[in-house]
Design a protein around this ligand. Structure first.
Ligand code: ATP
Ligand code: MG
Ligand code: FE
Length: 348
């Protein structure tokens, strides 16, 4: 099926078009720059940016895919989770499009969309797989037995998302937003062994008790305190060393838990997704330790890892190919949609 996907859960306006499992276009307009002076995504600013970016993004995606609206077999949209106001813009646009074109509409889960992105790489993708999704808005560890019917949440962050932690530490160190790339740059010349920052909730007993939840607020406090104490004592703070030590702590926790989940569930596959995957240290450590553990790692290209519309179209395409009915128009934006709800409001 030819599917157009709309993604507006955070600060990316993503329009993607797929035919079956083939990617035809993936247009992304980000309002990241508009949030920079606030040090994080401002929901109202994001929602308004989506409103302005949607129409041109749809036109660009259609042109690139060399198809017209009437060619479409279905429209797909992110129903949640995400920022309520931002989601609402996409949901409204998708409904209007589907109704005016008289095409079926598939309302889907954003996190499961991140997993579906992997299908567009053209490789043979196998399940079950453990998936680690790390971005500015989420840090989730999932067990995917079947993309369209069986996704289980193993753990998620109890406080800050991993990308958010990078952004906050960057601010403490006087680096601009978004912090991830800046910390990465600074860490390149730093020594990750200088400071042993805490690895929140990553002892074996934690993993047993808290499933696979994450916590990064303790780490953030530890970094802030370390910097404050050095400054109070009049000692120099090496930004590269702090950045490298912080990054090592985050990477260590993420990879340790993901691979522990693979072992616990006897799943020799790990999929990585989300914008934090841009972090080369995270990719390197994951690949190295996974190889030692006999786990195959999949990392789609970054354009499919960050928020995008193609992954939403891909998930809908899979739903259609497995014979699922379209969603009714009774759904809305659901900022806390659980990952177990892969499709919202399917008509029976
Ligand atoms: P969502 O949470 O809905 O997926 P988002 O817009 O918050 O959306 P992304 O756009 O996927 O998330 O990713 C942005 C985040 O990734 C930011 O927090 C940014 O700091 C982080 N990031 C980007 N590059 C790197 C990097 N090299 N290392 C670490 N973090 C990074
Ligand atoms: Mg983003
Ligand atoms: Fe996302």
């Amino acid at each position: 099926p030819l599917v157009l996907g709309i993604e507006t859960s955070c600060d990316e306006t993503g329009i993607g078009i797929v035919r079956g499992r083939t990617l035809l276009s993936n247009t992304i307009a980000s309002s990241m720059d508009e949030h920079a002076r606030y040090g994080g995504v401002v929901p109202e600013v994001a929602a308004r940016a989506h409103l302005e970016a949607l129409q041109p993004a749809i036109e660009a995606a259609l042109a690139e895919a060399q198809v017209s609206l009437s060619d479409l077999d279905a429209v797909a949209v992110t129903s949640g989770p995400g920022l309520a106001g931002a989601l609402m813009v996409g949901v409204g646009a998708a409904k209007a499009l589907a109704v005016s074109l008289d095409k079926p509409l598939y309302a889907v889960n954003h996190l499961v969309g991140h997993i579906a992105a992997d299908i567009l790489t053209g490789d043979e993708v196998e399940y079950p797989t453990v998936a680690l999704l790390v971005s500015g808005g989420h840090t989730s560890l999932l067990l995917v037995r079947d993309l369209v019917s069986d996704v289980e949440l193993l753990g998620e962050t109890m406080d800050d998302a991993a990308g958010e932690a990078f952004d906050k530490i960057a601010r403490i160190l006087g680096l601009p937003y978004p912090g991830g790339p800046e910390i990465d740059k600074a860490a390149a010349t730093g020594d990750p062994q200088t400071i042993r920052f805490p690895r929140g909730m990553s002892r074996a007993s934690d993993m047993a008790e808290h499933r696979y939840d994450f916590s990064f607020s303790g780490l953030k406090t530890a970094v802030a305190r370390w910097v404050e104490q050095r400054e109070a004592a009049g000692e120099p703070v090496s930004v590269p060393d702090v950045a490298a030590s912080f990054r090592e702590a985050v990477v260590d926790v993420l990879v340790t838990k993901a691979l522990d989940a693979c072992a616990r569930h006897d799943v020799p596959r790990l999929l990585l997704g989300g914008g934090v995957i841009a972090n080369k240290r995270l990719r390197d450590v994951a690949l190295e330790r996974a190889q030692a553990a006999g786990v195959a790692v999949r990392i789609p290209p970054l354009s499919l890892c960050t928020d995008n519309g193609a992954m939403i179209a891909a998930l809908a395409s899979e739903l259609i190919m497995s014979g699922r009915p379209a969603s009714t128009l009774a759904f809305g934006a659901d900022s806390t949609l659980p990952v177990t709800t892969i499709q919202v409001e399917p008509s029976s």
